[in-house]
Write a protein that binds this ligand. Sequence first.
Ligand code: CP
Ligand code: NVA
Length: 305
Amino acid sequence: LRAGAPRHFLDLRDFSAAELRGLIESAATLKRTRRNGKKPLTGKTLAMIFEKPSTRTRVSFEVAIRELGGEAVVLSSREMQLGRGETIADTAQVLSRFADGIMLRTDSAQKLHELARHANVPVINGLTDLSHPCQIMADILTFEEHRGPIAGQKIAWVGDGNNVAASFIEAAARFNFTLHLACPAGYWPRAEVLEWAKAEGADVEVGIDPEAAVEGAACVVTDTWLSMSDSPDQAAAREAAFAPYQVTQELMALAAPNAIFQHCLPAHRGEEVAAEVIDGPASVVFDEAENRLHAQKAILAWSLG
Ligand code: CP
Ligand code: NVA
């Protein structure tokens, strides 16, 4: 972090293990003390730009900033001049004059980085085509609430090697857990993130076999087969490629006894996960959704505080 530079929250890899651990501890404290009346972000405004739909990210950020004493301005890029060709650089400078922070959900990580380069206030990644770091902070908090410290545990990712998977890979390096991914050929995580993880000494393995990946795992995670940045034209090809990767009861039975199931939501029952898994006793998906609020409060307090 450069002295005086805005405290952006762009990707987990930008932070040290200790910094991310500090944010998780702060999130847990903020959760425990949710209604204690403290308002550390009084008078602060967060501008939120959505180029893509959202339920959890939008509502959890909006409620988070409000509970911390600040306010949110929620913008859809379609209704902004951004949607008519105004540059990201100009948008960044203008919003920096009005708001104390900017959250962006976009289908292009390049746009996020451009926004961060030109903004004088912190920029927070609310999902790009390449990563979803706020989600994974909530996922770590959720795992640890249910199963204790994540360091040294085995987590299995089954399905698409997508944006959420990429942030999980970065988390494996920083939180020191084992991550085995099973993804069909052609849908592996990007080589860049796998090489990064390797260089960091992370215990990350990718294969094509879901049964091998989940064996003995304390947590099984999956996500949609068609992300918001994927073309709907790919739906049929993806459905065919991913059909053997559904998280079923049979697959969960190969994980550790009492293994939990995580999914960032929105979910598609009968596609990436069987209804009896996501609606069954192993599922912690609604704790995970709630924890978006607490994790993001910690991120907001650090960035804007
Ligand atoms: N998990 C997640 O980011 O959900 P939304 O798309 O609803 O924000
Ligand atoms: N991988 C999904 C996550 C949604 C929260 C997507 O990008 O659409």
